[in-house]
Each structure stands twice: as C-alpha cells, then as structure tokens.
Design a protein. Structure first.
Lengths: 334, 300
C-alpha cells in the first residue's frame, strides 16, 4: 500500500509543475503590458512604471521569474488582488467555505438520491421505474444548469414564494464567522430561525448544482449494478438461499460501488465548474462567483491564483479518489 | 460445415456494416427519436434564413414583451411572443439553432482532429513522447473545463470564435486519451505487424492501418462532445464570454433575459428549452451509437 501511495504522489509532481507553468504563463499571454493593465485607466508615469516592473520582477529573465513564482507559492504568497489590494489567498480562503458547503450538500444530495435510484433501476430492469428514472437521468445530464436554476427561481421563489432568490442567509441574522460554514455557524449562534433561514437559502442552489452529478451517479450505479448482478458470485449467493436484501446490499452493491466511487470523485471538477454558474445565478458568495467577477474586472492575480488553487483542489481530490480506489480494490495496488 | 467462402467487395462489406449498425441503432427507440430531432435541428439551421417568420434582429416598437399566442394578450404574428426589445422569439430561436449546430461542428472538428493526431503520435511512438504528451493532457484535464475555457476566453478576448477555440482546447485531451488507448491495443494485433512487414511507413500505419479500427469510441466521444460543446458555449454566452449580443445565440439570449425571470417567463423559458432539447437529442443519439458500436454490448 505504501508503494502504491508513493507512486501516486510521484505521479502528481509533473502535473503540479504543469499546472504552475500554465498559471504562470497565463497573465503573460494577455495582450498589453501587465503594469499598464494593473494601473488601469489612470495610467502611470515612466518612473513609476519602471519601479513597478522591478517590484513585480518583470525585468528579470523569464526562467528566474518562474522560479520566483514557485518559491513564493511554497511560502503561501499568491500575490495581491488588483481591486481590493488584499492577499489573494486570504480572499480565496474567506470565500472557499461557502463553495465547499454548497458543493458538499450538492454531492450529498446527488449520492443519497442517485445511488438508490441506480440500484432500484438495476434490480427492476425494464420496469416503468427503470424507464422513467433513467429518462429523467438523461434529461438531468443534458440540463443547462444556468437555465434550470432560473426555472426553479421562477417556480419556487416567484410563484410559490417558498425560497429566497439569492444569498446565504436572511439579513435579519448576524453572528460571528466561526467555521465559515453557515449551516454550522447558524446552529452554534443559537439564534432562533437562523439555521432554518440558512437551509432555505441553500436548498435551491444545491439542488441545481446536484442535478448533473445526480444524473451521472444514477446512470453509473445502474450500469455497475447490472454488471455485478450478472456475476457468478451473486448467483452463488442467491443459490445458497441468501436473502435478496443481503445479496444486493452486501455482495452486489459493495462491488458495484468501485466504479461509482471513481465517478463521484470525477464529479468534483464538474461541481467546481457548476459552482461558477450556480453561484452567479444565486449570488452565492463563493469562489465561483469571485472568479467570474475577477475575470470581468481583469483582476489577473486573482484569476491566476484562483485557477491554480482550483486545479490544485481537483488534483488532490483525484489523488484521494485514486487512493480510495486502491483501498477498496486491492487488485489496483499491484 | 461448408467450405465455400463468399468473397465480398469493399462496397458490399461497407453496406453490410452499415446495415448491422442500423440494426443495433434502431433497436434503441430513444436513439431514433434523438436522431430525428437532431436532423430537424440541422435542417432548421441550414434553412434558418428561409424559414424565420421575422428578421431575428428586428425590434418591433410597441411590441415589446408580448406573451406567446396562447396566453392572454398574445399576438398571432408572434407565436412564441417577443423579447424585451420587441424581437420575435421564434425567429431568434430558429436562428439560434444555426449558432449551436455551427459551434458543435467546429468544436468537435478541432478537438477531434487535434486529439486524434496527438493520441496517434503518443500511442504509436510510446516512450518519452507518450509520457510527455500524456502529462500535458493530464495538466489540461486538471482544470475544471468551464473555468479553463473562461480563462482562455479572457486571454483571447470574448466572442464566439474564441469561445469555440477555448472549448475545443479543453475537449481535445479526451480524444487524445481515447485514441492513444485504442492505438496501443491495436498495435499488438497481427494485421499491424503484417502491414509493417509489407513495408508500410509510419504515417500510413498510423492513419490508414490503425486509425480506421479505432473509430468506434471516437464517434461516441464526438457525439458526447457535440452536446457538451452546445452546453458550454451557451454557458459562456450566459456569462457574457461567448457570442456577443445581439447575436441570437441561446445562452446569450438567456443572459439578456435574466432580469425578466419573475415577470415574463417566456423570455427565459424558450431559449433554455431549446438548449435542453438539442442537448438531450444528441445525448440520446450518443447512447444509441454506443450500443451499436460497442461489440461487448451487442452480445448482451
């Protein structure tokens, strides 16, 4: 197992350097002088221009600049935002819990609804449940989630008036930011109705974000289950007279879960991309909305670091998925 | 057992393969429906300028935000109503199919071409070439696709052409990986050794001998990428980084309609429905193609 973990870690090194190379190159590909871009419409005097160029290290050799960039990364220095002038890393970390909270709730919904649907559809192959649920899954998989979000707002917020249109919590409530996770903080605060308000705000965005992963997980679970249900050991278990519940729950599901775990892991990238759209529609103060705003405000240090950090997260999650995969499927470790 | 063998001409073999393909494809009812919708969309896109009832960019003064014809206040001249500045919704939706089909074709062509060449080279030559190419592909895949496309658009500048290039770059690792895997399994086959022994050069081996035998999974991936390209281009349009207004691109139409979601439902509903129907049709077709082209599924 140790060798397996080590080999996976070594495998990440070139990818990590590739990611840093891409994010390092990105602002240098933009048309125009980065110093002038930073200065904005006000412009800068030639002296100040030279000073800023030196300060940013742009007068150095490009290779030296790259290693400076890597060196700063390892010290946790991701540069400062052009708009707020604050360190990008601290801005990212402030907004990150909002995205994690939304993403976790979304993936939980996707797993808790998607896996049972997939299992049932496989057991009842060809039934009306199978047909309806798999058709719905295909619709979900094809859904433009930015439109889906707008539709849910029209119906649940506009027509029924059940849910708020945007934000994380009603402005009526105010409590200190302890964990950054509104669900937990609102509970700790002990304020009456705060937790319920958080849930109200969270429900539509998380359902929207869960849509595509849910569809993918349901489809994958169904096909993995179908494959496993046809295996000899399942037939043997059945022939021994084992109760159907145990055959499906223990023998079939555990083995069918191996590809499903990979699918769930792969959804993290989908979730992060989906978060960009979902957060924009629901004005959710997370990193997706922040990235879009940074891009439109031409705040390149923020875009650069945001890109790097998000790719880093995807890379780490993929590593965790690989390791989990190795843990539940010993054949992979060899 | 009979010893007689029938020699078929190439055309006959091709016809039989096509017949077999259609046999398996048409067993999937959803796939046939998807194909019909897709063909309709393609025809709509080709003849858009002939069938639109109104000029899609023409603003009718005094006709702003008219509801669809079946709603109270609807106007029979504008079946699906008008948008915020009085443009005919139906005409804009028809014109939008042109954008979506165009985006799908261009993105898939660039991604397929680039990915196949890269994958062929990596799989065929192996060694450090393979390692280098595949690590670069891993790096591209490490970025969330929409985010990378957004950043690429930020570099290239917003607009439809740049959005298509960005999406194609993001998609091509999938084709490269698929081609590489297929090439590596085909390389071990006897027919490849036979071709090599009879003097076929690398280029011929790659493109004439091996590539035609890797087409199945590539066609399926191309279909899936087509639908994803339509979705992603619409998402970029929605975020203001794709086609620019007043283009009748469905995502851009949705972006313009956002402020009316609680007051004029049709301005928001129809463009999204158009995206959903086209993506769904292509995905249905993709499922059918996978069933028809995957030999493992055929036996079951």
């Amino acid at each position: 197992m140790f060798r397996f973990i080590l080999s996976r870690l070594l495998y990440l090194v070139p990818t990590f350097f590739g990611i840093t190379l891409v994010t390092f190159t990105f602002p240098r590909l933009l048309k125009g002088d980065p110093v002038l871009l930073m200065a904005g419409e006000r412009g800068v005097s030639p002296e100040r221009h030279a000073e800023l160029t030196a300060q940013l290290g742009l007068d150095k050799n490009i290779v030296v600049q790259y290693f400076d960039f890597i060196g700063r990364l390892f010290q946790g220095d991701f540069g400062n935002s052009l708009v707020t002038k604050k360190p990008v890393l601290s801005e990212f970390l402030t907004l990150f819990p909002a995205t994690v909270e939304l993403g976790l709730v979304a993936i939980l919904i996707a797993i808790l609804v998607g896996v049972p649907i997939g299992v049932l559809a496989a057991i009842k192959r060809g039934s009306w449940f199978d047909q309806v649920s798999m058709s719905a899954a295909l619709v979900g998989f094809s859904m433009p989630i930015f439109w889906w979000g707008l539709l849910l707002i029209i119906f649940f917020s506009g027509t029924l008036g059940w849910t708020p249109v945007s934000g994380r919590i009603s402005l009526m409530y105010f409590f200190p930011d302890v964990t950054g996770f509104m669900l937990i903080d609102s509970l700790i605060s002990g304020q009456k109705g705060a937790f319920l308000s958080t849930v109200h705000h969270l429900i539509l965005p998380s359902v929207v974000l869960a849509t595509i992963p849910l569809a993918v997980i349901a489809r994958q679970t169904r096909s993995a289950m179908l494959e496993v249900l046809g295996e000899d050991y399942v037939r043997t278990a059945r022939a021994k007279g084992m109760p159907a519940r145990r055959v499906i729950g223990v023998h079939a599901l555990r083995n069918a879960m191996i590809p499903v775990v990979t699918t769930i892991g792969l959804q993290i990238g989908v979730l992060l991309a989906g978060a960009i759209l979902t957060e924009t529609i629901f004005s959710w103060p997370g990193i997706g909305k922040w990235m879009i705003e940074s891009i439109s405000r031409r705040d390149y240090p923020s875009v650069q670091s945001g890109l790097l950090l998000m790719a880093g997260i995807v890379m780490l999650v993929n590593l965790l998925v690989d390791l989990t995969y190795g843990l539940i499927n010993p054949r992979i470790r060899k | 057992m009979s010893d007689t063998t029938v020699k078929l001409t190439d055309a006959q073999i091709r016809r039989r393969m096509l017949a077999e393909f259609w046999f398996y494809f048409s067993r999937n009812r959803g796939a046939v429906i998807g194909l019909c919708v897709f063909v309709t969309l393609v025809l709509m896109a080709i003849f858009a300028d002939l069938i639109v009832p109104h000029d899609p960019t023409l603003q009718y003064r005094g006709m702003e935000k008219l509801p669809p014809v079946w709603e109270a206040g609807g106007n029979p001249d504008f079946w699906l109503g008008t948008d915020a500045v009085g443009r005919d919704m139906l005409s804009r939706l028809i014109k939008g199919s042109q954008y979506s089909m165009f985006i799908g074709v261009v993105v898939v062509s660039i991604a397929l071409l680039g990915g196949v060449v890269i994958g062929l080279v990596a799989g065929f030559f192996g060694g450090w070439v393979d390692v280098l190419i595949m690590r670069v592909m891993d790096v591209i895949l490490a970025f969330p696709s929409l985010l990378l496309a957004l950043v690429l658009v930020a570099i290239l500048g917003p607009g439809l052409t740049n959005a298509m290039i960005a999406i194609a770059i993001v998609y091509q690792p999938h084709f490269a990986r698929l081609t590489r895997a297929a090439v590596m399994s085909e390389l071990k086959r006897d027919y490849v050794s036979a071709a090599r022994v009879s003097g076929a050069g690398n280029i011929r081996l790659m493109f004439r001998t091996i590539l035609p035998n890797c087409l199945g999974p590539l066609i399926v991936q191309a279909t899936l990428s087509f639908s994803s390209a339509v979705l992603d281009a619409a998402a970029l349009g929605f975020l203001g980084m794709g086609a620019r207004p007043p283009a009748a691109e469905w995502g851009t139409m949705l972006a313009e309609a956002r402020e009316f979601i609680l007051s004029h439902w049709w301005i928001v509903t129809f463009p999204g429905l158009a995206i959903l129907i086209s993506v769904l049709a292509i995905n249905l077709m993709g499922d059918g193609l996978r069933d028809a082209l995957d030999p493992k599924l055929k036996r079951s």
